[in-house]
Design a protein around this ligand. Structure first.
Ligand SMILES: Nc1ncnc2c1ncn2[C@@H]1O[C@H](COP(=O)(O)OP(=O)(O)O)[C@@H](O)[C@H]1O
Ligand SMILES: [Mg+2]
Length: 255
C-alpha cells in the first residue's frame, strides 16, 4: 500500500550506460508542503524530476501522482493528473506576447484543444481578457502585456513562467531552480512571491541551489548525493547534519 503522499517516488533506479544516476530513491511529498530537493552537481536531481514528469523512463521503481500509479503514463497524462513543472531554462513561446502566453495556459487549463498558432481567435482572447489582466496585475507584469518574452528582464520572465504554471491550476508544482540567474533583488522578490501565493496552497517540489531560499521556504528537505538519498528531514536537522555538511563542503561554500 502507498502512503498518503500527494507525490510518491518508490525505489527509483536510473542509469545511463555505466553511470548510476539514481539508486533506490524514495521521496514523498505531503499535501501542502514545500519539499526541497538539494544536492551537489550530478547528484541526480534533474533526472529525478524528469522521471516524475515522465520525460524519461525509470529502470525500476514507481511514481504515484495523487495516489494513482503513474509509472507508465505519458507526460501529458501526468499533467492531466495535476503535475506542472517549470524548467531551469525558461520555456516560453517566444513569438507570442506576454498576454498571449498567459492566454495559452488559461486555454490549456480549461481543456480546449487549440494548438499554438491556431489559438489566437479573437473570441478566445476576448473571453479571457479580464482574467489575463488579473494575472498580469498579480504577477506585476501589467506593463508588459504586449511585449515578447525576449524583451523582458530575467526576473520578469521567471514571474511569467511561474504565472503560466500556476494559472493551469496544478495539484503539484515542480520548480527546477526557479532562482537560477536572477539578481539578489529579483531572487528575493520571487521567494517572497512563492512564500505568499503558493506555500501551503500547492505542494511544491523545489530544486534549488540557493540555500537561503531552501531554508526559508522548505518544510522538508531531501538531500541527494551520488544518486542516493542521504537524508530527508526538517530544514534545521538537515542543516545540522554532519553527513550533509561533509557532502556539501566538497562542493558548495555557502552551506
Ligand atoms: N541523458 C543523460 N545521458 C547520460 N548521462 C546522464 C544523462 N542525464 C544525466 N546523466 C548523468 O546522471 C548523473 C545525474 O545527473 P543530473 O540528474 O543532471 O544531476 P543534477 O541535476 O543533480 O546535477 C550525472 O552523472 C549526469 O552526468
Ligand atoms: Mg540539474
Amino acid at each position: 500500500m502507498i502512503e498518503a503522499g500527494i507525490l510518491e517516488v518508490r525505489g527509483a533506479h536510473k542509469s545511463f550506460g555505466g553511470i548510476i544516476a539514481l539508486d533506490d530513491v524514495y521521496l514523498s511529498l505531503a499535501p501542502g508542503e514545500v519539499h526541497a530537493l538539494i544536492g551537489p552537481n550530478g547528484a541526480g536531481k534533474t533526472t529525478l524530476v524528469s522521471l516524475i514528469c515522465g520525460e524519461q523512463e525509470l529502470d525500476a521503481g514507481e511514481v504515484y501522482i495523487n495516489r494513482i500509479n503513474a509509472t507508465r503514463l505519458s507526460v501529458h497524462a501526468r499533467a492531466r493528473l495535476g503535475l506542472s513543472r517549470t524548467y531551469q531554462l525558461t520555456q516560453l513561446f517566444p513569438d507570442l506576447s506576454v498576454g498571449e502566453n498567459i492566454l495559452l495556459s488559461l486555454v490549456a487549463r480549461d481543456g480546449s484543444r487549440l494548438r499554438v498558432g491556431q489559438f489566437v481567435s479573437e473570441r478566445a482572447a476576448r473571453r479571457f481578457a479580464d482574467e489575463i489582466s488579473c494575472v498580469l496585475e498579480e504577477y506585476a507584469l501589467h506593463d508588459h502585456r504586449d511585449a515578447l518574452p525576449g524583451e523582458l528582464s530575467h526576473g520578469d520572465r521567471r514571474r511569467l513562467e511561474l504565472a503560466m504554471a500556476i494559472v493551469r491550476d496544478p495539484k503539484i508544482l515542480l520548480l527546477d531552480e526557479p532562482l537560477a540567474g536572477l539578481s539578489a533583488a529579483d531572487a528575493d522578490a520571487l521567494i517572497e512571491m512563492i512564500a505568499q501565493k503558493l506555500k501551503g496552497a500547492i505542494p511544491i517540489l523545489l530544486i534549488e541551489h540557493d540555500m537561503d531560499a531552501v531554508f526559508s521556504l522548505a518544510d522538508t528537505v531531501t538531500v541527494l548525493v551520488n544518486g542516493k538519498v542521504l537524508m530527508t528531514g526538517r530544514p534545521d536537522s538537515v542543516k545540522a547534519s554532519k553527513e550533509v555538511q561533509l557532502a556539501y563542503l566538497s562542493e558548495e561554500d555557502d552551506f
